[in-house]
Unconditional design. Structure first.
Length: 294
């Protein structure tokens, strides 16, 4: 199945926003040769972020009835009772509602609160631990959302003189995946938050893989995700580092940037390579280390 427009995924506000993928030259040559993007298995990223693929501390606390959060909810329920009682009086005095109608409305309001609290509690008691079994079944391809090149991203992911950056866009990435028949690919922006105070929605399985702590906010990440769901997939992918997903190169790539410290021959080599693969794309050397003109 190709790319899917899932309503649970948050797309960038501007579908034509510029995105970047930084890599070394060997990975770039593999991409050109195979016309496939490499999706890394999510648990391989845990060495850099121990919370990768895990729900927030706030979620876990929600699954503990003795937590401070549930005490706060008790206080909110008490406040709701006071509000309901005053509203019931107003309904009877100003809206000519009967006491039975007002009472019925009040019971419904409290019942809705209790149901929501119960559902959230049960979900957060079991789901955070249950999601651990998906850590070897989810694969991601990461992009950096920014109008211009990022010096930080060059250093982090393509720091040597043969580093490459692909300039693309959200729409280009989406369209390049439409011919993919091997996997169902989902794309969404990553939300950054305080894991001690914020809640990750549990109703959508991929939510946990689209949230990160605020300390990673500089990544401005857009993620393409694949989840292997069948038992056959689980066995097939258990011992691999990642998967390759077919894309249309012409759709994906806008321009190709070469490291600002690259030697001229690297630029010439890449021009020769993409010509051989009949890829009509501009290759530009990054000018991030250019000097002032005066």
């Amino acid at each position: 199945m190709p790319f899917t427009d899932d309503p649970n995924l948050i797309a960038p506000e501007d579908p034509d926003c510029t995105i970047w993928r930084y890599m070394d030259i060997t990975k770039f040559l593999s991409l050109i040769d195979k016309s496939k993007l490499f999706f890394v298995r999510i648990d391989r990223l845990m060495k850099d972020d121990a919370y990768e693929g895990f729900f927030s501390d706030f979620n876990v606390q929600f699954g503990n009835e003795d937590s401070e959060i549930h005490k706060q909810l008790d206080n909110l329920r008490a406040e709701l009772i006071e509000k309901v009682e005053s509203t019931k009086i107003k309904m009877m005095q100003e809206e000519s509602k009967s006491s039975e109608e007002a009472e019925k409305w009040g019971e419904k309001e409290l019942d809705n609160f209790d149901k929501q609290r119960s559902n959230i509690y049960l979900s957060n008691k079991w789901i955070p631990n249950d999601m651990k079994k998906f850590h070897d079944k989810v694969f991601i391809d990461s992009w950096h959302i920014q109008e211009h090149e990022s010096a930080a991203m060059w250093k982090l992911y393509a720091g040597n003189a043969s580093g490459i950056a692909i300039e693309s866009s959200y729409n280009r990435l989406k369209n390049s995946l439409k011919s993919c028949n091997e996997y169902q690919v989902n794309i969404g922006t990553v939300k950054y938050m305080d894991y001690r105070r914020n809640y990750i929605p549990v109703h959508y399985p991929l939510s946990v893989f689209l949230h990160k702590r605020k300390s990673f906010e500089h990544e401005k990440e857009l993620r393409a995700l694949v989840m292997a769901t069948s038992s056959r997939d689980s066995i097939e992918y258990k011992d691999i580092f990642g998967i390759e997903v077919s894309i249309v190169l012409e759709e994906l790539i806008n321009r190709i940037f070469v490291s600002p410290t690259a030697e001229p021959w690297i630029l010439q080599l890449l021009q020769s390579v993409i010509k051989r693969y009949k890829l009509d794309k501009e290759i530009v050397q990054s000018d991030l280390i250019s000097k002032p003109i005066y």
